[in-house]
Each structure stands twice: as C-alpha cells, then as structure tokens.
Design a protein around this ligand. Structure first.
Ligand SMILES: Nc1ncnc2c1ncn2[C@@H]1O[C@H](COP(=O)(O)OP(=O)(O)OP(=O)(O)O)[C@@H](O)[C@H]1O
Length: 229
C-alpha cells in the first residue's frame, strides 16, 4: 500500500474533526475523497502533509509512519500537494516557481510545460500576474516537478473558468495514463467518474463508504444522504 490512514484522529484545539478516519491508496491508483463541506477533507490533507499533528491513529506512507514528521520531511518522502486556493510564490517568475522545489525524476521542466503549454508562453512572467487558472496550472506543475510518488489535489478545479477546468481534467487523465498515484478532492462527480478508481465518502470525520464510480452512480440513496445530491 502506498498510503494508509488508520483510525486517524485530528482537530483544532478542543474541536475534534477527524474521528477514526481510515483510507488506503495503492500505487498507481486514483482515489477520491468526497463529502459535504466541513466534513474533514482538508483536515485529512493537512494531517497527511504534517501541517496538523494527529492526536491518534497512524499515517503510513509506503513503509514509514509519518505522523510525527515535519512537512518538509514528508514532502521529501514523495508526497506532493496542490493546496486549496493555489498558493504559488507571487513574486517569483513562472519558471522560478517551477524549479524552486523541484527534485530529479521523470517529471522535467520540459515535460511540465508540454503538459501546460500556457506555462511555457509565460515562463518569465511573475506568478502574481497570472490568471487564477494559470496559477492553478502552475501549482500543479510545481507539485509534479517535485516528482511525487503520491500527488494530492485539494479542490484543484474550484472556482476556475470551464475551459481551464477542462484543461486540468485532461491533465489528470494524462497523469492516470502514466500511472501516477493521486488523491483527488473535488466536487465534480461527472468528471471524476472516468478518472478515479475508487471514491471514498467522508462524513463527520471518517470514511463511511468506499467503492467505484459505477457503484456510486447506482446508489442514489448514498449520494443523497452523504453528498446532498
Ligand atoms: N484552522 C482551523 N481552526 C479551527 N477549526 C477549523 C480550522 N480549519 C478547519 N476547521 C474546522 O474543521 C472542520 C472541517 O474542516 P475541513 O476544512 O477539513 O472541511 P472540508 O471537508 O475540507 O470542507 P470544505 O469542502 O468546506 O473545505 C470544519 O468544521 C471547520 O470549520
């Protein structure tokens, strides 16, 4: 297993958010984390990345328990995050953003700009002058250039123009074809239907259902109860 969360407990001060959150991702698999607002998706991501220390349970990445490692050590083990709200370095150029955290591997600057030709055209531009969608592509490109074993996308298509969203979904399909392991958090079930191998529904801080997009599509009661659709 590449990533295993086992009965994870986490929260903010007195406010507990995760209550026995368990989740698994095999190498090469694309899994989702879906659920209503405030159920603990971003809190799960923050815990995996070491930005929030769990109060119970374990997070295992490959053979290492990472619960108590700092964020930079977790990133170095091979987890790349595209955070909510596309945080790029505003006063660095596109190219500087891409190489700032890069590590050697299959993903090179050349391959990333092939994936997102817009970034090639804007290589010397400061990141703060990019549109929101372009900044999102930059955030994905930067995460890929760390050559992560596991890529995590937290609401990567949220608030973007339709044409940019389409481009990002196309990119994720290309990543699927090359066997990238991905944990994707998104609200767009129809786009995810052809992308993810397994959905995980989170409710009140724990996974209450896991299954394929087909199984989810057949189970309206489940969507109604946990996703409000
Ligand atoms: N820094 C924080 N301090 C205190 N409470 C927080 C903090 N961040 C999140 N929370 C609370 O934790 C709960 C879970 O939030 P989380 O961001 O994990 O939800 P989510 O499932 O990602 O939802 P969304 O889709 O709205 O981002 C919410 O009740 C939220 O208000």
């Amino acid at each position: 297993m590449m990533l295993t969360l086992d009965k994870l407990e986490a929260g903010y001060g007195q406010a507990r958010v995760l209550f026995g959150m368990s989740l698994e991702a095999k190498a090469g698999e694309i899994i989702s984390l879906i659920g209503r607002n405030g159920m603990g998706k971003s809190t799960t991501v923050k815990s995996i990345m070491g930005m929030l220390k769990p109060t119970g349970g374990t997070i295992r990445f490959a053979d290492t328990i990472v619960n108590h490692l700092p964020p930079n050590a977790i990133a170095r083990l091979g987890i790349g995050l595209v955070p909510e709200g596309r945080r790029v370095f505003p006063s660095l150029s596109v190219e500087e953003n891409l190489v700032a955290t890069s590590r050697p591997g299959a993903w090179t600057l050349q391959r990333v700009v092939q994936l997102f030709p817009r970034l090639e055209e804007r290589k010397r531009q400061l990141a703060r002058t990019l549109s929101g969608g372009e900044q999102q592509m930059l955030a994905i490109g930067r995460a890929l250039l760390t050559n992560p074993k596991l890529l995590i996308l937290d609401e990567a298509t949220e608030g973007l123009a339709p044409i940019i969203r389409t481009e990002i979904w196309r990119c994720l399909h290309e990543l699927k074809n090359v066997g990238q392991t991905i944990l994707v958090i998104d609200k767009n079930l129809s786009e995810m239907a052809t992308l993810v191998d397994r959905h995980n529904i989170i409710d009140k801080g724990r996974v209450v259902w896991t299954g394929s997009p087909d199984e989810l599509a057949k189970n309206q009661e489940l969507s109604h109860r946990y996703l409000g659709i």
